[in-house]
Design a protein around this ligand. Structure first.
Ligand code: SF4
Length: 320
């Protein structure tokens, strides 16, 4: 067994389990070593990405491992307090059990304010501090200056679950995947963490008998591209290729970004408006679209705008 929890996270190559895949051990080390007398820990259970259900599944079936993971972080990061930050439905369902498990520990269970964007780590800090639901400038990163300008460790529910498993010597190189869309057995499945998309669909008996494509994170994958491993959120959505209208699908995605963004910066606000306008007119000018994608990816203020173009580009290049 690893000597310390940080060594354990390093040894098992635990990566971020929300949008980005930052090595967890590095994050923990940064917060541990950051200057400041007070430190905070946020267990992020905001899970606002459409279709993803893995955090809810973990909170329902394995809350003791999540709390164990937070306990390990509290031990490792001196003078720290923790928050379990939950989206509204998870808060109503799981807060009582989590509070019971956390009894006697400096862990508060709180309800997320706002929509999808409130799950982004700097926005989560704003929300917990009772401030405006909008992202903060980075740097400084939350590991140096997060909650109340103190070093803050923000990790997803699944990361704390993994830390809990490692601490108890039960970690088995597995992780959770959400499989949904046009599949017979929608759900959350625990499989080898290095599984490729094809393997996940096959092992969960969800490999379609019809022609299809899948969305895995920000990527659109065709049938011949399913050997890719899926990182981050671990959510796979399957679409029937014949019965899915790519224009309608992209309009839905564009509306989601328009509804959930904070309107703070022009590349995201205007860019997505123009994308939706062009999609709705059905006159796709690929060159102009690529310029908008480039501007959004390179000049948006936060990850929502930066990551939004990926699936649109893939759909246009692969399916139209
Ligand atoms: S990228 Fe979008 S969500 Fe992020 S700050 Fe800009 S407008 Fe707001």
């Amino acid at each position: 067994m690893a000597k310390s929890i940080i060594e354990g996270l390093k040894k098992h190559k635990i990566l971020g389990r929300s949008g980005c895949c930052y090595p967890s051990a590095e994050k923990w080390e940064k917060v541990k070593k950051a200057k400041g007398s007070k430190r905070y820990i946020i267990c992020n259970g905001s899970e606002g990405e459409p279709y993803s259900l893995k955090d809810g599944h973990i909170l329902k079936y394995y809350p003791e491992y999540v709390v164990e993971g937070i306990k390990q972080a509290l031990k490792e990061i001196k003078n720290s307090e923790a928050f379990i930050y939950l989206r509204k439905d998870y808060y109503w369902f799981f807060a009582p059990k989590l509070r019971k498990l956390a009894k006697g520990l400096p862990i508060a269970v709180i309800k997320k304010k706002g929509g999808y964007l409130a799950g982004e780590e700097t926005v989560a800090c704003q929300a917990i501090e009772g401030k405006e639901i909008e992202p903060r400038q980075r740097p400084p990163f939350v590991s140096e200056s997060g909650l109340w300008e103190c070093p803050t460790l923000v990790n997803n529910v699944e990361t704390f679950y993994c830390a809990g498993k490692i601490a108890r010597g039960e970690y088995k190189n597995e992780r959770f995947f959400t499989v949904t869309g046009k599949v017979p057995k929608k759900g959350v499945f625990m499989l080898d963490k290095d599984s490729a998309v094809k393997e996940i669909l096959e092992k969960t008996k969800n490999y379609p008998t019809f022609d299809f494509f899948a969305r895995a994170g920000s990527e659109i994958l065709l049938k011949n591209e399913l050997d890719k491993k899926i990182e981050g959120l671990g959510c796979i959505i399957v679409y029937d290729k014949k019965r899915t209208n790519p224009i309608k699908l992209m309009k839905k995605w564009a509306q989601f970004v328009l509804d959930e963004n904070c309107d703070k910066c022009a590349p995201c606000r205007e860019g997505m408006f123009r994308i939706k306008e062009m999609i709705s007119s059905k006159k796709l000018d690929k060159k102009t679209l690529e310029d908008i994608f480039f501007a959004m990816e390179n000049t948006s203020f936060c990850p929502l705008g930066k990551n939004a173009p990926g699936p649109f580009r893939d759909i246009i290049n692969k399916l139209m």
